[in-house]
Every structure is written in structure tokens, then in C-alpha cells.
Design a protein. Structure first.
Length: 386
């Protein structure tokens, strides 16, 4: 295909990224119900128009064809959002939280969406990383870069305690195992005075190689909130974890995960080691959650049991269900809906949860595969045949 024929695809990609950046900025500034209603109408209407006109397909093809330009445009769009929101502490904190939850959901999508391993304790592993960071940053002089990695390793180590019951159970029985673990995790934190009990632990801000992320930043005459430091770091981590999860999905490892999820008996018949792949995906997903939890704890400067409840695990699971099981791209818009919508509708108090529940039910009724269904896997063989 000539460059002239590929230019419209690139234009579609750039227009889409610009529209998403503008939409995020608008959402962060929306403070009343009228603006939120307007944002909802624009999102639904724009999505329908884009699908009917084939813009989605063109943009998707453009991102594959112009991968480098697309990636640079996404980074530039994010920087524009940061510059516009540079002095808004709460908006940057909310944006950073959404990205951290997206990292957890990328790992959860590998576990549940790709391999079929049910995990209703994602918030517990998220909390494991946060508490690991709190203990190490308060009681040791370990560099914070290693503290973040330790959060992921501790989550994987704690998750290994569930490997035997998870491997010996299936379906809703395996789900009950993870539910029980999440409940025990919170109870353990609440009665453990060494970890602060129900009051939690205060912890210092993150310091990476002499860069104190807890200090406001002045750049080119502009003052940036210290949350902008965390937003940039977390965005970088999100990109890394997204690339890793996509590589896994497209590799032979992802094919093995798909096979285990679809039919364990058939997979075992063809020589696939079911236990090995379940262990692998469970550990990988928990590492994602642990690292995100460590960053969350150091960003907020405080961890407590109330931040890692079973309800939080349901929120994480609802993100991947609403977005589309197994679809890594769908994590981001679903996280915005699940986390931002209730936060922006606080003016109507508890009714916001009613509206959120209605929205979830409607999506599941009319889009049972999620807002963005995962496309079928294609196999490319020598000669270009599929």
C-alpha cells in the first residue's frame, strides 16, 4: 500500500487521540450534572457515528500501520492533558488512580479474560504491594525503585499461597477461594497493630534517583502539582505493562492461555500443561497488581485496610467485564467509566451509585461481550495466509 493511501488512516488515528485528550480534559473539569450529561451524550453519539462511518476500523488499521507515529501521538496527547491540568491536584490524583487501576486490570485481564483463572482478590494483591512499600519505606533505607519492585514480588509470593486451592478447584469454587482470601486479607490488616491496624500507616513520598516526586515542579515558567510527577511516572509504567500484556497475548503463551480458558480437557489432550499456565498467569497478574499498589501507597502517602476491600475487587473485575474480557485496549475507557462517573456525580449523593448500577446493567444487556469485544485471534502463516 502506498503512503498516499495510508495517510487517511494516520489522520483518523491523530484525530482520535486528539478527541480523547480533549474529552479527558473536559471530564476532569466537569463539575455539575449538566456537563456530565453532555459528556455522556457526546461519548455515546460519537461512538455510534465512528462505528457507522467505519472510523473505528480505519483508526485501528492506522495504529497498526503507523505504530511509531501513533505511540508518539499518544504520549504527546498525555503531555497536553498534564499541562492543562498542571495545577489541579484532585484531577491529577484521579487521573493517576485511574491509570494505576488500569495496570491492575491489565494483569486481571490476563488472568480472567485470557486464561479463565477467576480472581476476586485483586484488591488484596493491590494492597499487598501498598503495604510492602509502606513497611519498607518507613523501616528501611531501601531505594524506592527497589521498593516498587518488592511490592510486585511480595504480591506474587503471597499469591503463591493460593496456587494449590486454585489449581484444585474450578469455576465458582475457585472464585470462592479468592473471595475468602480477600476477606481474610482485610481482617488480618485490621487486627495487626504492627501494620497500623485500622488506622493504617503513614509513609513518605516517592524518591527516585534523587527526584522527590512529592515536591511541586516548575518547568518553563509553569508550576506543576506534585501529582503531575506521579502521573508521568505511572503513565510510563502503564505503557510498559500494556506492551508486556500485548506481547503475551500475541505470543504462543497467549495461545496457550486461550486454549486453557476455552477447554481444559482438550488442552490437556494436546499436551498443554494446565497447571503450569495457570500458575504462570496468576503470578504475572499479581506482579502487575503489586507494583501498582506500591505506587499507589507512595503516591497517597497513606495506606489503610479500607482501601483494599472486596468491593474494590469487584470494581476491578467490573472494569474488565464492561470493557470486554481479554481486550487490553478496552481497559482504559472502562476504567474511566467505572471510576470517574461515580466521582463526578457526588452532587446527587448516593443516587450516583444507582445511576452507575443502571448503566452497568444496560451495558451488560445490550453489549454482553463488553463495550469493546475482543477480536478473534488470527494466525499468520508463511506466505501471508491467515
Amino acid at each position: 500500500m502506498t503512503i498516499e493511501r495510508r495517510i487517511p488512516d494516520l489522520i483518523a488515528v491523530l484525530a482520535g487521540i486528539a478527541a480523547m485528550a480533549a474529552f479527558v480534559i473536559f471530564l476532569m473539569h466537569a463539575e455539575d450534572e449538566l456537563n456530565m450529561l453532555l459528556a455522556f451524550v457526546v461519548a455515546v453519539g460519537g461512538g455510534l457515528i465512528a462505528r457507522r462511518t467505519g472510523w473505528f476500523a480505519r483508526a485501528s488499521h492506522g495504529m497498526a500501520t503507523w505504530s511509531t507515529a501513533s505511540n508518539l501521538s499518544i504520549g504527546l496527547g498525555f503531555l497536553v492533558v498534564i499541562v492543562v491540568l498542571r495545577e489541579e491536584h484532585f484531577s491529577l490524583l484521579l487521573l493517576s488512580t485511574i491509570m494505576l487501576y488500569s495496570i491492575v486490570c491489565l494483569g486481571l485481564n490476563l488472568q480472567t479474560g485470557l486464561c479463565g483463572v477467576m480472581n476476586f482478590a485483586a484488591a488484596a494483591f493491590f494492597g499487598t504491594g501498598a503495604y510492602t512499600a509502606a513497611v519498607l519505606s518507613v523501616h528501611t533505607a531501601m531505594p524506592h525503585a527497589l521498593v516498587i519492585l518488592a511490592g510486585g514480588l511480595m504480591a506474587a509470593l503471597l499469591g503463591s499461597m493460593l496456587l494449590l486451592p486454585v489449581l484444585r478447584t474450578r469455576g465458582h469454587y475457585a472464585a470462592l477461594v479468592t473471595i475468602a482470601f480477600g476477606t481474610m486479607f482485610r481482617s488480618f490488616l485490621e487486627v495487626n497493630d504492627t501494620l497500623g491496624g485500622p488506622q493504617g500507616i503513614l509513609m513518605p513520598s516517592m524518591n527516585l534517583f534523587g527526584w522527590d516526586l512529592g515536591q511541586d515542579l516548575t518547568l518553563f515558567g509553569l508550576t506543576f502539582s506534585f501529582y503531575a510527577n506521579y502521573a508521568v511516572l505511572i503513565f510510563g509504567l502503564l505503557v510498559v505493562f500494556f506492551v508486556v500484556s500485548r506481547r503475551i497475548e500475541r505470543s504462543w503463551i497467549g495461545v496457550s492461555f486461550d486454549t486453557v480458558r476455552i477447554d481444559e480437557v482438550a488442552a490437556a489432550t494436546f499436551g498443554i500443561n494446565i497447571a503450569r499456565w495457570k500458575i504462570t498467569v496468576f503470578i504475572i497478574g499479581n506482579v502487575f497488581a503489586g507494583i501498582a499498589g506500591a505506587c499507589f501507597g507512595m503516591m497517597t502517602g497513606f495506606v489503610a485496610p479500607t482501601s483494599f476491600t472486596f468491593a474494590d475487587s469487584l470494581i476491578l473485575l467490573s472494569i474488565i467485564v464492561l470493557g470486554g474480557m481479554g481486550n487490553q485496549w478496552a481497559v482504559f475507557p472502562a476504567a474511566i467509566i467505572v471510576l470517574l462517573l461515580p466521582e463526578k456525580l457526588q452532587a446527587i449523593q448516593e443516587y450516583r451509585f444507582l445511576l452507575y448500577g443502571v448503566a452497568v446493567i444496560l451495558i451488560l444487556l445490550f453489549r454482553p461481550d463488553g463495550l469493546f469485544r475482543r477480536p478473534l485471534r488470527t494466525l499468520v502463516v508463511k506466505g501471508g495466509a491467515k
